[in-house]
Design a protein around this ligand. Structure first.
Ligand code: DGY
Length: 322
């Protein structure tokens, strides 16, 4: 029996690639460089299953490129890089990898929060550059976390995992903005305050952490107007998607001192990083590391494989999003 043809657009951990090969006729993008839009479009006519990542833009033109692909099994939880409507219109199923990167991403949200609050990036740069002149009482003073309000914009799996770390580990108070209130047990565990109006949350939070999907009505959600509503001296953390934030407006808010700091892991046009932010000491900038630990990257691959297997067996897809 011929095995379904599957294309992996970037290299995955070895163990996952081996597991894939046991069941599919796998083509790997050996160069591990991003594939061109044309190459992705051509792949639509040459494979049964396409396994992209957040670094691929699977737009309507790519999807129109051929009629063979029947499943897009994304390696990652976010899917704002895939034109779901175009896929649906062609009867292509789309899956993602929810749940397995929750802890890793929440860890990076806390990493950014701590680094921004304690000016860790600035300090490391100073030390490595040979500019550190020794301990002094007024040197690189940051902010305490205990008792401060962490406002979460979006309160799904990753938002809640971030809140748990901040509340139980660092004594922060939790407030959140979401479409609906959280389950009663979670709200009680975190003593979390629900705010149905975003501006209210922004106005009372010492730290704001973004956990919305990106795209749609979350594009530019944090813009000049919303930044102006944030508390003076507060911090913005983004591990969600770059397009949720207007980075020019953020740079202005940091430059003016209205915001004390920001911690970012994601950018609108990765790998480009908005130049204005690169010049600001108060911005902590990471290269999209949210899910970057060994265990998580293997689990993401295994989850994508489980979806591809289910499709090959004609079973219900565990993580179908379209
Ligand atoms: C995702 O899964 O969407 C992440 O951004 C990749 O780490």
């Amino acid at each position: 029996m011929t095995r379904p043809k599957l294309l992996v657009t970037r290299r995955w951990p070895d163990t996952v690639e081996e597991a894939l090969r046991a069941q599919f006729d796998v083509t790997l993008n050996e160069s591990d460089e991003p594939m061109s839009q044309q190459a992705l479009a051509d792949a639509m006519g040459a494979y049964d299953v396409l396994c992209p990542t957040v670094s691929d833009r699977i737009d309507a033109d790519v999807i129109a490129g051929g009629d063979r692909v029947k499943l897009i099994a994304n390696y990652g939880v976010g899917f704002d890089h895939i034109a779901l409507d175009a896929a649906k219109a062609k009867g292509i199923a789309v899956t993602n990898t929810p749940g397995v990167l929750t802890d890793a991403t929440a860890d990076i949200a806390l990493t950014l929060l701590l680094m921004a609050a304690r000016r860790a990036g600035e300090g490391e740069r100073e030390l490595r550059d040979g500019r550190w002149s020794g301990w002094r009482p007024t040197h690189l003073i940051g902010s305490e976390l205990r008792g401060k309000v962490l406002g979460l914009v979006g309160f799904g799996r990753i938002g809640i995992a971030t809140a748990r770390r901040a509340h139980h580990g660092f004594g922060m108070k939790i407030a959140y903005y979401a479409r609906r209130p959280a389950e009663a047990d979670i709200a009680a565990e975190l003593q979390a305050e629900f705010h149905p109006v975003l501006d209210d949350l922004l106005g009372l939070s010492d730290f704001v952490s973004l956990h919305v999907p990106g795209g749609g009505d979350t594009a530019n959600l944090i813009n000049a107007q919303s930044l102006a509503k944030m508390k003076a001296g507060s911090y913005l953390i983004n591990t969600a998607r770059g397009g949720v934030v207007d980075h020019d407006a953020l740079a202005d808010a940091l430059r003016s001192g209205h915001l004390a700091g920001a911690g970012l892991d994601v950018y609108p046009q990765e790998p480009a990083v908005p130049a204005a932010l690169l010049e600001l000491e108060s911005a902590v900038l990471l290269p999209h590391l949210g899910s970057a630990n060994r265990e998580t990257r293997v689990a993401m691959g295994m989850r994508a494989l489980a979806n591809a297997q289910a499709w090959a067996n004609g079973d219900e897809l565990p993580d179908r999003i379209a």
